[in-house]
Design a binder for this molecule. Structure first.
Ligand code: G3I
Ligand code: 9MR
Ligand code: ZN
Length: 561
């Protein structure tokens, strides 16, 4: 078996494949079927227990000539084809973004934007608040995943991945992706994020708190979203959702200022209100489904990282001077301490508590801080990538240490077996996001330090997701000779179209073996990388979500800028 990145490689970057045996390997040009004279260097990287086989790394980095190639061995084995090209990640990047359009709730998706995947508007009915009150209309936003729930923390996270990418490397987002807003003078990345942001705003109460989610009581069957028979419910306010919202609204207020100043001001005002809610509700209001409800929980037993992120963003963004127009905000600044000082104190308190007692989520080997349950790296990025340096040197070094310790640990993990920063315990639900989040943290380190080794390590994470893995699968629909085809996505199952919508990222291998289908087929001795089924019934390994897309989009866009 020869596995490699099925999309391909940048001409100047490292180029690798993995085989389970040594031998003679050649790079073959797909266009003329000729062997190239590229030297393929073979290194024995030992037995990889995550894969369950010996790993030989094939290094053909010297090949820089653009083209389409594959690898062959003397024994007649062949790899998937791959490209070498400067724009090798462009179409992947744009598809990952476009997929979020396919997740839109509350509007019809028209054929001119969707091709065969058009569908009527869904979930237009009123929503019942669980804590009482009138039924209300709450349209819009993205469906979370293969289900039709809309969860604030998940949505805020996905938008934040995308807006940080835009803020840090805006040059990556110059193409349009054929959505209704395309051509309106605003980058499509921001057009797409706006659809979710407008929905998130509806989830905010007058006192600033954010409702946790809108879902049905139980998951519907495999039906199209406009045929979902379940009633939609609005769930209570949580500190996690309020903090994630505060943070993403701060980012939005900066990013949209140039395109829509009124919206940007509203974002800042809402972030401020959410921040006030957090300051006056210091306890974690951890969410649990009520009796009889089985839809997504996004339970987070520890909200200090969410608070760190919110206060970091508020410290950076909520400047009195930027809010001159807003008198209600001005009024509160007059009472003694400046808002800056209040945020800073709250940030330090949350960060201290994070350092002293944060759980090691899911037993993962090293936290990435870029996922829904732990957003600590996002807090660091908020302060480290702030051109106005709102934080003092002490806080900056503290946040730099947080990112660099993680990035260096990820680098160390790549020195044996598969060149990917993934240990056995990292194959949790959504392990592909563990891989892509680590790429994102490595990219942050690469930008901060200007060192190529972090970029190459980030690329290696992408290569794993795109095919250099023990499954010999590309975990993005429509991309790669062996792209997975059967996502746990209600739309894909119900639409009657054979081919899945392109640009969906699978959750990937999960050692929990947490669904009936996978339990039927695999046993618990299966090596972690192989705890995966390309079956629409395997929701614990083959679902798709908005934030698995956005996490990979961050990395793909960085390498396509
Ligand atoms: O927090 C515990 C930890 O204390 C314990 O040591 C560890 C042992 O396995 O488990 C941890 O909980 C895990 C939890 O994620 C937090 O990371 C659960 O095992 C694991 O099953 C859970 O997976 C989540 C899954 O929902 C099930 O709740 C995924 O992260 C999350 O991405 C996924 O999200 C779903 C939504 O609920 C609904 N929409 C689809 C979406 C994707 O599958
Ligand atoms: O489809 C659901 C998926 O979106 C969730 O991530 C997953 C875990 O909460 O649950 C899936 O729904 C399954 C339910 O939990 C159990 N019965 C089968 C459902 C899938 O058809
Ligand atoms: Zn919908």
């Amino acid at each position: 078996m020869i596995v490699t990145d099925e999309i391909g490689f940048l001409p100047k970057a490292g180029k690798y494949a993995v085989s389970d045996k040594t031998g003679s390997y050649y790079i073959v040009n797909d266009n003329n079927r000729q062997k190239t004279d590229t030297a393929v260097r073979i290194t024995d990287r030992g037995y990889d227990e995550t894969a369950g086989h010996q790993v030989y790394l094939l290094d053909f980095s010297s090949l820089e000539e653009p083209g389409i190639y594959h690898i062959e061995s003397d024994e007649g084995e062949t790899s998937a084809s791959f490209k070498i090209e400067p724009g090798v990640y462009k179409s992947l990047k744009n598809s990952l973004l476009k997929f979020l359009y396919f997740q839109r709730c509350g509007m019809a998706l028209e054929e001119k934007y969707t091709g065969p995947y058009s569908r009527p508007a869904c979930h237009m009915g009123k929503v019942t608040p669980l804590d009482g009150g009138e039924k209300i209309s709450m349209p819009g936003g993205w469906h979370d995943a293969g289900d039709y729930g809309r969860y604030v923390s998940a949505g805020a996270l996905a938008v934040a991945h995308m807006l940080y990418a835009y803020e840090i490397f805006p040059e990556a987002f110059s193409e349009t992706v054929n959505i209704p807003e395309s051509g309106n003078g605003i980058p499509d990345l921001l057009n797409e994020c706006r659809y979710e942001l407008d929905f998130l705003c509806l989830m905010q109460d007058e006192d600033g708190g954010l409702h946790h989610k809108i879902t049905s009581r139980t998951f519907c069957g495999f039906v199209m979203p406009d045929e979902d028979p379940e009633d939609m419910l609005l769930f209570p306010v949580t500190s996690m959702s309020t903090a994630d919202f505060a943070a993403v609204m701060c980012i939005a207020s900066r990013v949209y200022e140039k395109f829509d100043p009124a919206f940007a001001r509203d974002c800042m005002h809402r972030a401020y209100l959410a921040g006030q809610w957090l300051l006056s509700h210091p306890d974690n209001t951890d969410f649990h489904n009520p009796e009889g409800c089985n839809t997504g929980e996004y339970t987070d037993p520890f909200d200090r990282d969410e608070r760190m992120w919110a206060y970091a963003e508020l410290m950076r963004t909520d400047r009195e001077i930027k809010n001159e127009a807003d008198r209600s905000i001005q009024a509160s600044a007059k009472q003694g301490k400046s808002r800056q000082d209040i945020y800073k104190e709250a940030f330090i308190k949350a960060a201290d508590e994070y350092d002293s007692s944060h759980p090691h989520y899911d037993g993962r080997s090293v936290d990435d801080g870029f996922g829904w349950i732990d957003v600590s790296s996002m807090a660091a990025i908020a302060l480290l990538f702030d051109p106005e340096k709102s934080a003092d040197d002490k806080l900056i070094s503290r946040m730099e240490a947080l990112i660099m310790e993680r990035a260096d640990a990820f680098i160390d993990m790549q020195d044996k077996g598969y060149p990917v920063s993934m240990k056995s315990e990292d194959y949790i639900w959504g392990s592909n996001m563990v891989a892509s989040n680590r790429a994102d943290v490595l990219i942050a380190a690469a930008i901060m330090k200007g060192e190529k080794k972090y970029e190459q390590a980030a690329l290696n994470q992408i290569h794993y997701i795109l095919g250099m893995n023990a499954m010999n699968i590309s975990y993005v629909t429509g991309f790669g000779d062996h792209a997975f085809k059967n996502p746990h996505n209600r739309v894909t199952v119900a639409d009657g179209i054979d081919k899945p919508i392109p640009g969906e990222v699978s959750g990937g291998p999960c050692t929990l073996l947490a669904d009936e289908k996978i339990q039927e087929i695999l046993d618990k001795n299966t090596p972690p990388q192989k705890c995966y089924l390309d079956d629409h019934l395997s929701y614990s390994t083959n679902e798709i979500t908005i934030y698995w897309n956005s996490s990979l989009l961050f990395a793909a866009a960085y390498f396509d800028r």
